[in-house]
Design a protein around this ligand. Structure first.
Ligand code: CDP
Length: 225
């Protein structure tokens, strides 16, 4: 089956998608990590986020790949393991501008579709159910209040050694959501037929169980047809 999970910043997509993939023994793909890798590389090459031509050059020149190291998924670009640089405040502040680029999206969507070719994949992002995998068997749209999302992201950043106040994070998340939802190409929006889950006040396990229930019901009804 092909499972698409979308939602705004820090709504829990990565943690939940990773767990669902593990339960199903499916491949897990974080498309956000791919946009972040291109952003990291653009920053390294001092590319202006408004310079569409330069962004296109980066996206066409380098492909983003995932490799397993010590049973952990690592993100590579141009042979460099960039996993530890993807969630820095710098990349956070730039990524939504890079993700507005038509050329960057074209290249990454191509790579994402090819990653899903073999089937049995859980892919998460902003446009998976609407654009990348429009024919996904199950589509999930995760949401959570801005306060809860900022609280979760503060904890996550702290565990990586970055410190940021919750108030500042709320401002940044809301700003990123605004850019992601109002851009011209593939804006963040709930796909037709997607199941919406508000994760505010729910534990990770509760959300994973809910999604597994949806997947099992969809699979049973597909078999009955
Ligand atoms: O984990 P978090 O919710 O902070 O974001 P992410 O999934 O790592 O995605 C980072 C950024 O990449 C988003 O804010 C979007 O600007 C962009 N993105 C996108 O445009 N399309 C996707 N399919 C995935 C991410």
């Amino acid at each position: 089956m092909i499972i698409a999970i979308d939602g705004p910043a820090a709504s829990g997509k990565s943690t939940i998608a990773r767990k669902v993939a593990k339960k199903l023994n499916y491949r897990y793909v974080s498309t956000g990590a791919m946009y972040r890798a291109i952003t990291y590389r653009s920053h390294k090459e001092k590319v202006d986020v408004y310079d569409e031509k330069a962004l296109a050059r980066i996206a066409q020149k380098y492909s983003v790949t995932f490799v397993k190291k010590n049973s952990e998924q690592r993100v590579m670009i141009d042979g460099e393991d960039v996993t530890d640089y993807l969630y820095t405040p710098k990349v956070d502040s730039m990524v939504s501008f890079v993700a507005r680029s038509v050329a960057v999206r074209e290249q990454l969507v191509k790579q994402q579709r090819s990653l899903s070719k073999a089937g049995d994949v859980v892919m998460e992002g902003r446009d998976i159910g609407t654009v990348v995998l429009e024919n996904a068997d199950v589509k999930i749209f995760l949401t959570a209040s801005a306060k809860e999302r900022a609280r979760r992201r503060t904890k996550e950043l702290e565990s990586r050694g970055h410190y940021c106040s919750e108030e500042r994070l709320i401002r940044e998340l809301v700003n990123r959501d605004k850019i992601d939802s109002t851009r011209k190409v593939s804006p963040l929006t709930k796909a037709c037929g997607a199941f919406s889950i508000d994760t505010t006040g729910k534990t990770i396990e509760e959300v994973v169980d809910l999604i597994m229930q949806i997947i099992n019901e969809s699979s049973a009804s597909a078999k009955a047809k």
